[in-house]
Design a protein around this ligand. Structure first.
Ligand SMILES: [Zn+2]
Length: 342
């Protein structure tokens, strides 16, 4: 039985348009007025943007409605959909907890509120009838000051039962003059045994070789095989895994054709660099994980065997999968067991 692991999904981009639109109709008169008809909302929400910055701007629409009060509403629907429509057995959900706290509070008050958000997300993710193994990745953010990002790392330390790793988000073209600070934060996290990933080498302006040694997994990283293939042997040696999210690159204008990913997969397979195929923002794209797999097959970017290798890599590189095997291997024996011997 094919059950999947999703390693790169943002909480903000995880709400499918239908769920978000219905939420506006039920609970937000202002946004319901702005989007009275579903088809035009879906068109607005899922259309491709010209740049990564423009694309990330859309997250603010969702962040604004994902508060301590509403998070359980959205997360319940996310877990339900992921179980029923995506066959997920494992999900790492990422977000910046600071951006889910009330804007009107002071920075210190907002930092203090972050722990509550992590707990709400953690509890809401445990849905008895949809038993997916979940964990959280807390995103440091390129536009937040160092004190806030450091508090995010501290929170990851303190909330080990809910949080498996830290990430760096906010647009990889915005890290530029803060690299030393970011490296220090990653060193700090690693010294406390926190797993690490980070959005780098997503766009041509986001190539930061100095960050690479601190990452166990690389968020996107497509510019490495595309423009800097000489780095691939280092990645293979460090056992780093790329989190590739095919639909994103079309939505952000980073690639104009999915075919451009063929060289990404070919060079990584050749160099022995693992790839996990992910959705990034399954709701915002309206593309769920099984369709990401199928699209890559349809366009002949990978073959069936390579797809299965990527699916296995996702479980192998998962930060909080509690078993030694992927679930398919665990279930196949069980399903074939004669009823009389159970
Ligand atoms: Zn991402």
């Amino acid at each position: 039985m094919a059950l999947y692991a999703e390693l790169h999904r943002h909480l903000g981009g995880s709400v499918v348009p239908r769920i978000l639109w219905r939420y506006f109709q039920r609970h937000d008169a202002h946004l319901a007025d702005r989007f009275p008809e579903y088809p035009s909302f879906e068109q607005f929400y899922t259309r491709a943007r010209n740049t990564l910055d423009e694309y990330l701007e859309l997250h603010t629409l969702v962040e604004g409605v994902q508060t301590a009060q509403t998070l359980p509403y959205f997360i319940y629907r996310l877990i339900r959909g992921a179980y029923i429509f995506e066959n997920l057995a494992y999900l790492e959900l990422r977000y910046t907890p600071y951006l889910r706290t009330p804007e009107g509070l002071s920075q210190t008050e907002r930092i203090d509120k972050m722990a509550e958000i992590v707990e709400i997300v953690g509890k809401a993710s445990q849905v008895t009838e949809y038993p997916i193994v979940t964990s959280q990745i807390l995103c440091m953010h390129a536009r937040l000051p160092k004190e806030v990002n450091r508090a995010i790392v501290d929170l990851a330390r303190q909330q080990g039962q809910y949080v498996c790793a830290i990430d760096l988000a906010g647009g990889d073209n915005h890290y530029g003059d803060r690299l030393d600070e970011l490296i220090e934060l990653y060193e700090y996290a690693r010294s406390h045994g926190i797993h690490t990933t980070g959005h780098v080498y997503e766009t041509p302006d986001g190539c930061h070789p100095d960050l690479l040694p601190y990452l166990e997994r690389i968020g996107h990283g497509i510019q490495i095989p595309l423009k800097h293939p000489e780095l691939l042997p280092d990645l293979a040696r460090r056992g780093q895994c790329l989190e590739i999210c095919p639909t994103t690159y079309l939505k952000t204008g980073t690639l104009d054709d999915l075919q451009q990913l063929k060289v990404v997969f070919d060079r990584c397979f050749e160099a022995g660099v693992a790839i996990a195929i992910c959705t990034d923002n399954a709701g915002l794209h309206n593309v769920r994980l099984p369709f990401e797999y199928e699209n890559l097959l349809t366009y002949n970017i990978i073959d069936f065997r390579q797809m299965q290798a990527c699916q296995a890599a996702a479980f192998r590189h998962a930060f909080a999968w509690p078993h030694t095997q992927p679930p398919g291997e665990m279930l196949s024996g069980l399903l074939k067991e004669p009823i009389s011997s159970l």
